[in-house]
Write a new protein. Structure first.
Length: 293
């Protein structure tokens, strides 16, 4: 077994994930990784099933969640490795996030229906399961349906040369600010989350700081460090080489634990195979453990 880890993967319990917790842990063992962290979007439904398979397969699993938050008017995703996933406190926060995400999904669907697209909340929720439906999940359902029915307005997305990353193209065209189906975010404050989650064992890590919707600056990171942010996902499938160099330097300067996460999903991100990130090492896990309160 190698010393490699991946601290950001998604299971089928995420609305946009495909692989069951069992399948992810089986892949972990097959690829020789020492540990992974399943951090689904705004849900811990992967647990305790994932912990049971971790024990059975002999693979270390670090409980986590990827929480959708707001900071300075932007959407920031916060990973919470080592969170006590069964705590009532966490479930209360996630309940608030879920309600906000469901309102957001309903509003997005209403906008799409006004634009003439035939899609319902029931169709989207069937795909999302118990998790709040993300924008890319809505896009995937709409594109799949449009391809079957040959909807002209969706041809751009199911055309062969564009199909690879079609849900993300649709998201950028319709759901970003200025797009025809844009809906303002209504989730929890990142600062509030940082000030509260450490009581449940979490060591907060900012996911993909260079992502187009975050673009975390040095000034952002200094503020967030003061509020309790511990780690920075330096090595990410979202980052260019230049961004990796930038955030590695900022992590060293400000005192963050630099982490690595592929953000593996499956079909929704076909360009990111399991084991995509090579820079993750168990030393990152050990450093995060040291920072637990």
């Amino acid at each position: 077994m190698e010393d490699r880890v991946d601290l950001h993967v998604h299971s089928s319990k995420s609305s946009d994930g495909d692989f069951t917790p069992f399948h992810l842990l089986k892949l972990t063992r097959e690829h020789g990784l020492r540990a992974i962290s399943i951090c689904d979007h705004d849900t811990v439904e992967a647990y305790p099933e994932a912990m049971e398979w971790s024990f059975r397969l002999g693979v270390e699993l670090i409980p986590s969640v990827e929480m959708t938050t707001l900071f300075d008017g932007r959407e920031f995703h916060c990973l919470l490795p080592f969170i006590h996933w069964e705590s009532k406190f966490l479930k209360k926060i996630l309940g608030h996030v879920r309600r906000a995400r469901m309102e957001e999904a309903a509003a997005r669907l209403s906008r799409l229906q006004e634009l003439g697209f035939a899609i319902t909340l029931e169709e989207v929720q069937k795909k999302a399961g118990a998790a709040p439906p993300l924008g890319v999940t809505i896009a995937q359902v709409l594109i799949d349906k449009g391809e079957k029915q040959q909807v002209p307005a969706l041809e751009k997305y199911y055309r062969r040369e564009n199909r690879f990353l079609a849900p993300y193209a649709f998201y950028k065209d319709y759901f970003l600010e200025g797009g025809p189906a844009f809906v303002p975010k209504k989730t929890v404050s990142l600062v509030d989350v940082l000030e509260l989650v450490s009581r449940d064992g979490a060591v907060p890590v900012l996911a993909h700081p260079g992502a187009y919707f975050e673009r975390a600056t040095r000034e952002d990171l200094l503020v967030l460090k003061e509020k309790g942010l511990v780690g920075l996902e330096v090595y990410s499938s979202y980052h260019t080489q230049e961004q990796t160099v930038l955030y590695k330097a900022l992590a060293e300067e400000i005192g963050f634990v630099a982490t690595a996460g592929s953000d593996f999903h499956g079909r929704i991100k076909p360009h990111i195979p399991f084991g995509f990130i090579k820079e993750g090492t168990y030393a990152m896990v050990e450093e995060l453990k040291k920072r637990r309160r």
